[in-house]
Design a protein around this ligand. Structure first.
Ligand code: F6R
Length: 654
């Protein structure tokens, strides 16, 4: 296999062997061989190739290939690629014997959320594996027989000579399989209790948190460690913290995945987001020489200022020298770097997000002209606009720009059934009242019936979705009117990829991109705001962003696009790190209150939402905390003190 290294500390497109990895200075804190790819798709293909090569190698020798398999979101693309190889490249699974890591206790094949169902859906139904060679722990063994059943599972693996290859995901608790914190290095297959965080992370597949099983049967850490080769995967920012603990931390029962440090042939494959907290990315200046880019200098100075608890202008030569940053000091020492950095951060702050008319804009984030801009705010769900950039949105309107808001998806799955029911009943009563006659009860009875059955069906019925979408439209336009924008400047795009009636969405299609493209063509904006938030737990923000990027790519040759600047904002979950913010818009206490009121208009997303996640704060609280925190960070760097700040990054598409 050809091996190409890219940058000393960057992501790679090809494999980095253990030897090459070990020779890199930047990996000196890492105790597990890591390979970092730009995205999960590239990584998954590489893993699938390794598995396919092993299957072929074994079948050429007429030997069985014993695979340990995982479920969850991480391996889905690996399985898709294996299925493709089976269909297109003749990869046969006749010699494969598979053992799955785990199963929810109480579920079986007939439950859509069971892991046995998952495996058939994503892999087994599409390849030629022999049914008798499939092993998934059963979730239906009577409690008193569990121990015996688990011993047999272990013995069966042993009877094949052990696992040749084990594929793993990692939970945010640090679990591998379902070995939650507290699992011992020599643990074997057994019944365990799932941690609350794990249940929350997996709750999206169930109708409510209380339906998520509390127990599971899982292979042990010891069982996993006996595999001859292990590949563990992690994708997305959500995994960054646990990746760092696993790869760089101590081996602890608190982080069961850290026991992988004890295995001699394990590779941790991840994408750049999951790798971001590794020392070589987070604070590369402490792992050796590096190329100081502008971005890195900013990151390092913010880090130094926070570490030393000093504003930028008070940092000394000694602070730089003691922290691996001496290369930043020129002839005039800290003074010069400090001033330069201070000015940079100062220039990111503007109360004029649409540009300040008739002012010198040399050091401002936005252009002064045209004084009145056409602007589109793309909002993935019908409330991200106010939650994530409500202060800036308000300023843009107040400063006289023509602001359009485009709600990319209907957001229907996030509305509770009882809410939809209430609105449907209300509509019926209003009709009766306004028309002075009884509404056609057949029409409403059908709706009510569907609403009653909605929670039982895997896919939300079309009519129920429609009602829910209307509720969200009503809320969105109410917030827009409150901010003072005209109804015709509010656009509901209802992108088709979202309309599956369940959490799992369709892939992004041409029709989705086309909808975005048409709106841009119509408005010909000078500014576009888009949610550049890749941490959305359901991936909707990411797909919405990709649709915008694809539309921009198609339109970039149009003359009017030369005048269009794109600003990215972060969704409800995280803000950009301060060193990455290119436009910081201060929000006054009054504006913050108005923003809160606009968020309140989204009543269906208040007071306990369908997808709460692990953060129990309401959206307005998360957003205010986050905006206040950004303001505090600017303050700590020694810049002006504001009530709150919203941060943006520019996306250059030309
Ligand atoms: C699944 C399993 C779990 C998952 C882990 C990560 O069989 O054993 O350890 O691998 O919870 O799940 P995802 O990939 O969904 O983040």
């Amino acid at each position: 296999m050809s091996v190409t290294m890219v940058k000393e500390s960057g992501a790679t497109t090809k494999r980095i062997s253990r030897k090459e990895w070990a020779a890199m200075e930047s990996t000196k804190f890492e105790k597990i061989h890591t390979e970092i790819f730009e995205g999960s798709l590239a990584a998954s293909k590489i893993i699938a190739q390794e598995i396919a090569a092993l299957i072929r190698y074994k079948s050429e020798r007429n030997e069985k290939c014993i695979l340990g398999l995982a479920t969850g979101s991480s391996p889905i693309q690996v399985y898709a690629e294996l299925v493709r190889m089976h269909k297109k490249e003749g990869l046969s699974f006749q010699h494969v014997v598979s053992f799955n890591l785990d199963e929810y206790y109480g579920l079986d094949k007939t439950d859509n959320q069971s892991y046995i169902h998952f495996m058939h859906h994503h892999l087994f139904n599409h390849v030629d594996i022999l049914p008798e060679n499939i092993n998934v722990p059963s979730g239906k063994i009577a409690f008193e027989h569990i121990a015996e059943y688990c011993t047999q599972y272990e013995e069966k693996i042993e009877s094949y000579g052990g696992l040749d290859f084990q594929l793993l995901g990692i939970g945010r608790t640090g679990h591998i399989g379902f070995n939650e914190p507290g699992s011992k290095i020599n643990s074997t297959t057994r019944m365990i209790t799932l941690d609350y965080l794990t249940r929350q992370d997996n709750a999206f597949a169930f109708s409510s948190m209380s339906d998520v099983p509390r127990k599971a049967v899982t292979m042990g850490v010891g069982t996993i460690l006996k595999a001859k080769r292990i590949v563990i995967m992690a994708y997305g920012m959500k995994k960054a913290e646990i990746v760092k603990k696993t790869v760089e931390g101590e081996m602890l029962t608190d982080v069961p995945a850290s026991f992988l440090q004890d295995h001699e042939d394990v590779t941790f494959v991840m994408d750049e987001s999951a790798a971001k907290d590794l020392t070589r990315f987070d604070t590369p200046w402490i792992v050796g020489d590096l190329e100081w880019t502008r971005e890195l200098k900013r990151k390092a100075v913010v880090w130094l200022s926070q570490k030393m608890k000093k504003p930028i202008l008070k940092l000394t030569d000694r602070d730089y020298n003691d922290n691996g940053m001496s290369e930043l000091l020129g002839e005039n020492g800290a003074y010069e770097v400090n001033i330069k950095m201070f000015n940079h951060f100062q220039h990111t702050i503007t109360g004029w997000p649409g540009g300040k008319p008739n002012a010198d804009d040399t050091n401002r984030p936005e252009r002064a002209t045209p004084g009145k801009k056409r602007i589109i705010i793309f909002s993935p769900h019908p409330d991200d606009d106010v939650i994530s950039m409500g202060g800036t949105f308000l300023r843009l309107v107040d400063q006289g720009h023509e602001v359009h808001v485009a709600y990319q998806t209907s957001g229907n799955i996030a509305v509770a059934d009882h809410e939809a029911f209430r609105f449907a009943e209300f509509a019926k009563e209003i009709y009766n009242y306004a028309a002075g006659e009884k509404a056609d009860s057949k029409v409403f009875d059908k709706l009510f019936k569907e609403l009653r059955n909605s929670s039982k069906s895997e896919t939300s019925p079309v009519d129920v979705r429609k009602i829910k979408a209307l509720i969200r439209r009503g809320e969105a336009i109410s917030a827009c009117r409150y901010y003072g924008i005209q109804d015709e400047q509010v656009h509901y795009l209802d992108m088709p990829f979202y309309e599956t009636g369940k959490v799992e969405k369709k892939p992004l299609g041409k029709e989705d991109v086309n909808i975005i493209k048409q709106l841009i063509e119509k408005v010909k904006p000078h500014q576009i705001y888009a949610a550049g938030d890749l941490a959305d737990p359901h991936g909707t923000h990411e797909v919405c962003l990709r649709a915008i990027f694809a539309a921009l790519d198609i339109l970039k040759k149009q003359k009017y696009m030369k005048d269009c600047w794109v600003w990215l904002y972060r969704g409800a979950w995280h803000e950009y790190p301060i060193d990455e913010i290119e436009m910081a818009v201060p929000i006054s206490p009054e504006e913050l209150m108005k923003k809160r009121m606009a968020i309140f208009r989204h009543q269906s997303q208040k007071d306990g939402v369908v997808f709460q996640g692990e953060d129990s704060r309401e959206f307005w609280q998360r957003s205010e905390d986050r905006n206040r925190q950004t303001a505090q960070m600017y303050d700590q760097l020694g810049l002006s003190e504001y009530e709150a700040i919203e941060g943006f990054r520019r996306y250059h598409f030309l």
